[in-house]
Design a protein around this ligand. Structure first.
Ligand SMILES: O=C(O)CCC(=O)C(=O)O
Ligand SMILES: [Fe+2]
Length: 198
């Protein structure tokens, strides 16, 4: 077992979630962060929540190895072609997850006011039991989990620079997750969520 293989299983009911805190070495994570911040054509979309239109509270981009679009919160995103950096990250994630991913949704949280509200990644194009592999680069943010039926069942985990979080099995049927806003003075963060879009 190498230095970077520490594996933390979150034994939450109705879930299959694993966290690898040091999936990337810090200097690799830092270098990916710099390149992606500069090269990705970050966009701020409008989202629709209960019929009202808002600016999404973060920047995003979609990458894919086919032209399949991805629709959530009333936005349909068109994929860009994978860059060399994204392909090298994808390859390492695929080895760990034992899955070939077709797409990556990227999130750029500029500061603590940027966030990602409660949701499950349960869009129909992700299939029945989606596997989501989520890479964190840059500033640390808390990831909150809340059971959809039993809302007193909660958990939070700090997503560190260079970490990988794997959610699979029935997780998206039973749990919501969010990245809440924070008033702490924190660094900007890039998150990559690899998905299989069918
Ligand atoms: O930024 C994160 O860690 C979570 C991103 C997320 O939940 C999503 O893009 O669906
Ligand atoms: Fe999500």
């Amino acid at each position: 077992m190498g230095l970077f293989s520490e594996k933390i299983i979150l034994y939450l009911p109705d879930s299959d979630i694993t966290y690898y805190p040091n999936f990337f070495e810090n200097r690799d994570a830092d270098s990916y962060f710099k390149t992606l911040k500069r090269e990705i054509p970050w966009q701020q979309d409008k989202i629709k929540i209960f019929g009202k239109v808002y600016d999404q509270p973060r920047l995003t981009a979609l990458y894919g190895n086919n032209d399949k679009t991805y629709t959530y919160s009333g936005i349909t995103m068109q994929p860009h072609e994978f860059t060399p950096e994204l392909l090298s990250i994808k390859k390492m994630v695929e080895k760990k997850a034992q899955t070939k991913f077709t797409a990556c949704l990227l999130n750029y949280y500029r500061d603590g006011k940027d966030s990602n509200g409660w949701h499950a990644d349960n869009e129909k194009e992700l299939g029945q039991n989606p596997i989501i592999a989520s890479v964190s680069l840059g500033g640390e943010r808390f990831f909150h989990l809340r059971h959809q039926k039993n809302k007193s069942l909660k958990h939070k985990i700090l997503l560190e620079n260079g970490s990988l979080l794997l959610m699979q099995g029935e997780t998206q049927h039973f749990w919501h997750h969010q990245i809440p806003k924070t008033s702490k003075n924190i660094g900007e963060r890039i998150n990559l969520t690899f998905r299989v879009i069918i």
